[in-house]
Design a protein around this ligand. Sequence first.
Ligand SMILES: NC(=O)c1ccc[n+]([C@@H]2O[C@H](COP(=O)([O-])OP(=O)(O)OC[C@H]3O[C@@H](n4cnc5c(N)ncnc54)[C@H](OP(=O)(O)O)[C@@H]3O)[C@@H](O)[C@H]2O)c1
Length: 174
Amino acid sequence: MKASIFIATSLDGFIARQDGALDWLPADGGEPHGYDEFIATVDALVIGRKTFETVLAFDTWPYGSKPVVVLSTRPAALRAPAGAVCEVMTGTPHEIVARLSARGMKHLYVDGGVTIRGFLEAGLIQRLTITRIPVLLGNGIPLFGPLSHDVRLNHVATRSFPSGMVQSEYVIVA
Ligand SMILES: NC(=O)c1ccc[n+]([C@@H]2O[C@H](COP(=O)([O-])OP(=O)(O)OC[C@H]3O[C@@H](n4cnc5c(N)ncnc54)[C@H](OP(=O)(O)O)[C@@H]3O)[C@@H](O)[C@H]2O)c1
């Protein structure tokens, strides 16, 4: 099983304002920067409950028919929107990966700050693609946080875009 991160951050490393707002992201996602190509390679998304609640407020469910696993310690409280292929799970990152692997899934897209940090700490992420938006927010919800050990990465590529977005791709050293 491989798990990847594909996420946008402010230049100072935040994925949302403290209240969860994403108004600082470019309208319509900015110029094409590989998201469609990336999501086509994943078998399922694994997202945190707070990210789920954010996307529920969008006008349309953004994941189409791609399976989405929402992590929550209170699974009974969540309801999937009509038409979404969506289920709620609770468990450690290792348990989640084992369950999805047993279904034949081979590539997961892990999203949401707390969720990503849990999978990183557990050594379950192989690839990170981080698109930095040229804005400083000062505070907000961070992408990274404390770790019990260093995580070493190999740099794969960095691309810049006319809007000022800078995207860096890394693989984690096994
Ligand atoms: N900039 C971007 O590209 C981007 C991408 C994704 C998200 N975001 C933003 O990031 C914010 C959400 O990030 P976040 O760090 O606050 O939270 P998050 O990771 O989306 O959700 C955290 C919640 O997920 C559940 N969870 C995580 N791991 C779990 C596990 N192993 N077992 C059971 N439950 C688990 C818990 O839910 P319970 O509390 O229900 O137990 C936890 O409180 C939103 O504002 C979203 O819009 C931005």
